[in-house]
Design a protein around this ligand. Structure first.
Ligand SMILES: Nc1nc2c(ncn2[C@@H]2O[C@H](COP(=O)(O)OP(=O)(O)O)[C@@H](O)[C@H]2O)c(=O)[nH]1
Ligand SMILES: [Mg+2]
Length: 395
């Protein structure tokens, strides 16, 4: 990772630190780091009215249907407008709720021009039944325009329930296989060469094919956008949590070098404040990335039905669901056995846990690296415990 801080931002961060305005410094830092590693990702969601587009848009962003930022669900489409829904934690990721092609009464090519097809990285075509002529025409045209498309067969929970009501001893996997096979064959018959079909329930994203869809998209995106997608999706499997962890892991050395080398901003007397600011900022990325910030936990509680207090009861780190400040970080450094020992060993290090009065020495490479590693381990474990708690409650 090259130094992400340009000169102008460096000046602003320095000014904030000199005024003891650590909150502002953290906020600026966050913005700079954020921009440096988050290219835009635009996902188009299309399908007939009632197929579950808006629900999918909400589910994908981890937003409840009744949230004020939610795409309205269960409404008949009356406009031909495209509506943009940014991801709540990663605003560079946008889901676009497109009007159904049937609503528009346009031929596929004209429809794609109308919705501005160039700006999308890929298309999700949703249907609550088998895919129809409009879906096929649209897919073919999207393909002709050099873009990728994926079919989502929605409301799969409804299908399973209906079949279970009418038959005894049903094997869920057999039913799912058959629905998927029918969809694929129908599309192939209509001339879509190798259709990628995913069975999804908006209400049980971690079941059925949503994790596979996410994995497929990730594999097929250009490399620089893969992590963007990874972090935009909720923790729908332990594998996702592990992948997030390993992405963060890869960056630790770079941050440690930046911090210890004074590479970001060599400001005499302020380096420790700056290091703590960097640690706080990176740690915040961890909590948001793992969905352990207060907002994400509330949303998860609402969508899973697991009370917020129960989710919090399995969290052990003081970093989750707390406001992360340089002060909290400095206190933790002193409390954690691994970092406290390192600090104690550093000769002449006068470490006072109130950053306003800290002097001189920057944190060493080892302290920064150790601190980030400790925080990352803690938060990844918390994320796993929260995930298991939710899974245990629904399954
Ligand atoms: N059971 C079930 N219902 C769904 C699912 N997805 C959407 N719905 C329901 O289908 C209806 C239409 O959904 P909506 O998202 O508004 O469809 P849109 O018109 O394509 O945007 C709403 O009542 C949703 O709650 C799903 O995966 N399972
Ligand atoms: Mg809608």
């Amino acid at each position: 990772m090259s130094n992400p801080v340009d000169e102008e931002s460096a000046g602003e961060i320095k000014a904030a630190l000199q005024n003891n305005n650590y909150a502002a410094a953290v906020a600026m830092f966050k913005e700079v780091l954020y921009k440096s590693k988050n290219p835009p990702l635009n996902i188009a969601v299309t399908g007939e009215t009632g197929s579950g587009k808006s629900s999918f848009v909400n589910g994908f962003r981890g937003v409840d249907d009744w949230n004020s930022n939610a795409a309205p669900v269960g409404c008949v489409e009356t406009t031909t407008q495209v509506t943009r829904y940014p991801h709540p934690s990663y605003p560079n990721v946008t889901l676009w709720d497109l009007p159904g092609i049937g609503t528009m009464r346009f031929p596929a090519r004209q429809y794609l021009t109308h919705v501005g097809f160039e700006k999308y990285d890929f298309f999700i075509i949703i249907s609550e039944t088998r895919f129809r002529e409009n879906d096929v025409l649209l897919a073919k045209e999207i393909g002709r325009m050099g873009k990728k498309f994926y079919f989502v067969r929605s409301k799969i929970d409804n299908d399973l329930q209906a079949i279970k009501r009418s038959k005894k001893n049903v094997n869920e996997k057999d039913i799912l296989d058959q629905i998927k096979r029918n969809c694929i064959q129908g599309l192939q018959y209509a001339g879509v060469a190798s259709p990628k079909v995913f069975l999804v329930s908006r209400f049980y994203l971690h079941l059925y094919d949503f994790p596979l869809l996410q994995q497929t998209l990730e594999q097929e995106l250009p490399e620089h956008q893969r992590d963007v997608l990874l972090f935009a999706v909720q923790n729908i499997s332990l594998e996702v949590i592990n992948k997030k962890k390993s992405t963060f892991q890869d960056e630790i050395t770079a941050y440690a070098i930046m911090s210890a080398g004074g590479a970001i901003l060599p400001i005499p007397g302020l380096s420790i404040a700056l290091d703590l600011t960097l640690l706080a900022t990176v740690t915040m990325q961890y909590t948001t990335g793992f969905g352990l910030d207060e907002g994400s936990l509330k949303t998860l509680s609402a969508s899973s039905g697991v009370p917020l207090a129960d989710l919090k009861s399995v969290i052990t780190s003081p970093l989750a669901s707390n406001k992360i400040t340089p002060d909290l970080i400095s206190n933790l450094l002193l409390k954690c056995a691994s970092t406290a020992a390192l600090l104690a060993a550093e000769e002449g290090f006068r470490f006072i846990p109130i950053i306003g009065s800290l002097v001189a020495a920057p944190l060493s490479y080892k302290v920064t690296q150790n601190a980030l590693q400790t925080f990352l381990d803690m938060l990844a474990e918390d994320a796993q415990r929260v995930f298991k708690k939710v899974l245990g409650a629904i399954l």
